[in-house]
Write a protein that binds this ligand. Sequence first.
Ligand SMILES: Cc1cc2nc3c(=O)[nH]c(=O)nc-3n(C[C@H](O)[C@H](O)[C@H](O)COP(=O)(O)O)c2cc1C
Length: 224
Amino acid sequence: MINHATKKQELMDAFNFRHATKAFDPAKKISEDDFNFILEAGRLSPSSIGYEPWRFLVVQNREIREKLREVSSGAQGQFPTASHFVIILARKNATPQSDYGQHILKNVKKVPDDKMEQMVKAYQHFQGVNLNLYESERALFDWASKQTYIALGNMLTAAALIGIDSCPIEGFHMEKVNEVLENEGLLDRENFSVSVMAAFGYRAEEPHREKSRQSQDEVVQWVD
Ligand SMILES: Cc1cc2nc3c(=O)[nH]c(=O)nc-3n(C[C@H](O)[C@H](O)[C@H](O)COP(=O)(O)O)c2cc1C
């Protein structure tokens, strides 16, 4: 039988343990097994219409990290010290009619051939009419980018559950990060752009301040 009380406590402990870590202990490395657990939390994350419009770039190369640090004001302490540094890319053109959309439908979701047309139409209606994503390339990219934040959240929580610190990062210049990655041959700019980043490791010191959050009353409204 599942012990709910223990699980709830473990998860609450993880949420309280997690804080935006500014600098990691550079001597402490996350084990391969533990980091793989974090990657799996990202990979198994849900995404709208199951499109998985993400790619996880694990940047361990020190020189590339330094180039990225120069264009990422919010990650000055994290780039040089993180045990593992992940750049989450989002897809630019994740529509059902794109090659990628077709791949997801056929090979990942295993939609039978005779159902393909119907699915493509339904997803186009969802993206184009319901969410108005075809309004601009940016709207469609931002929709994909939203999905990557779900993976980000799961990765941070998974890490915290096993005592690993992290920091989500969007303190960067998007265009300049894309340029660095492209120059390093790490980015297919036709299809991807940087969405968000995450640094992982073990804290160098305890957080300077208590966790601060609004009360439940301030953020939850019940409609009975
Ligand atoms: C999407 C996102 C981007 C963030 N970007 C940065 C960043 O670039 N640099 C940084 O030090 N913290 C960054 N943070 C951390 C937030 O400032 C932090 O989560 C918030 O102040 C709450 O503090 P806590 O996470 O320690 O509880 C980011 C958080 C999120 C969710």
